[in-house]
Design a protein around this ligand. Structure first.
Ligand code: ADE
Length: 352
């Protein structure tokens, strides 16, 4: 049996061999990642399905079907890919849509796969079309179709690939082409976590980081974590820093609140960019509806970032609606930011 750390090191080394992009600090922060299904909190339905798929594949001595994980950043797509490889006792190679710029990049990755290895492609919606088409025969029949030569002398040769499992992840399943989507044997959407599960994750991480944290502080950090484990762990680390520098090392209720205040994260996890979006829709567009392109221009932000990063959480807490006429800010958002709605102002003016 390989030691846990050895296996982790190997995974990291393999990940580095594949064409890679720069990742944020969290990407390499392996310490808090659960490395078996029992330690993985939440996403119960997904876990149950994965366990069945893996167990059945193992009994048949086959590779598991290709899988797609979709959902917001930080919800555990990469962790699940790692768990699939680990449970299958297979190696893992990690790459991403944007890192596979040319067909040759993908050919290199595929032809270097070991039998039964798991290939993880993050940000699959950013695969270029040519690369994507090259992936189809590899997924369907484990074949690599290479074009050799040029012009009239060009011909296609087919190379056999070892059996492998492709695990793809995307924050935007809606942007994946239908032919690619249809080639996955299983597709799972990861949801935001509930408060209880985020609290459990914070407790687990605090244990691993040997941070002392009070019950009320756990609740506060969990509530501000946007229902996302990666953010919960990040807030825990910042609160630990604050406790060590300004306190006696214990994350108390007061320390948690002060650390969040310093980070400009409010008690529901809204950050300055969220508040700005809400304020702009209210102040410049009367609370909406406003079209996404107009909003992007007003915020000087890319449409994709607004749709992919800002809006999902604002919608999940009920502060923003996407309507056919455009984005609309809800009454709950006015209340949260302490801004009066037009109706409230009119009523006050009328003496109510
Ligand atoms: N750390 C990050 N995500 C986690 C999860 N889903 N379960 C346990 N620990 C985690």
């Amino acid at each position: 049996m390989k030691g846990k750390n050895n296996q982790k090191q190997e995974e990291n080394q393999k990940a580095e061999e594949a064409p890679m992009e720069k990742k944020d600090e969290g990407y390499f922060d392996q310490a808090l990642r659960p490395d078996n299904f029992n330690d993985y909190i939440g996403q119960e339905k997904v876990k149950e399905n994965l366990k069945i798929i893996i167990e059945a594949a193992k009994r048949r001595e086959e590779t598991a079907d290709h899988m797609l994980f979709s959902g917001q950043a930080g919800l555990g797509k990469t962790t699940l890919a790692m768990l699939v490889a680990r449970e299958m006792k297979s190696g893992l190679k990690i790459t991403s849509g944007p890192a596979l710029k040319k067909v040759g990049d993908l050919a290199a990755v595929l032809s270097n796969l070991e039998p039964r290895e798991v290939l993880f492609i993050d940000e699959a919606h950013r695969l270029n079309h040519l690369v994507e088409e090259f992936l189809y025969p590899a997924m369907e029949s484990q074949k690599l179709h290479l074009i050799v030569g040029k012009g009239t002398g060009a011909r296609t040769i087919s190379l056999d690939l070892p059996p492998f499992t492709l695990v793809a992840a995307t924050t935007r399943a809606d942007l994946l082409s239908a032919p690619l989507r249809s080639r996955f044997g299983a597709s799972f959407k990861l949801d935001y976590y509930n408060q209880q599960d985020i609290e459990k994750i914070i407790i687990r991480s605090a244990g691993l980081l040997t941070v002392k944290i009070e019950r009320e502080a756990i609740r506060i950090l969990a509530e501000a974590s946007r229902a996302t484990p990666r953010i919960a762990n990040r807030l825990l680390k910042r609160a630990r820093d604050y406790a060590e520098v300004r306190g006696d090392g214990i994350v108390t209720e007061e320390i948690a609140k002060k650390a969040l205040e310093l980070l400009e994260v409010d008690f529901l996890g809204l950050e300055p960019h969220d508040r700005k979006l809400i304020q702009v829709v209210i102040e410049k567009f009367n609370g909406g509806p406003v079209g996404i392109e107009t909003l992007a221009a007003a915020l000087n932000e890319e449409r994709g970032v607004i749709e992919e990063v800002y809006e999902p959480y604002l919608m999940s807490v009920g502060f923003l609606h996407r309507t056919p006429a455009g984005r609309v800010i809800t009454e709950a958002a006015y209340k949260h930011l302490g801004i009066k709605t037009r109706e409230q102002k009119l009523l006050e003016e009328a003496g109510f």
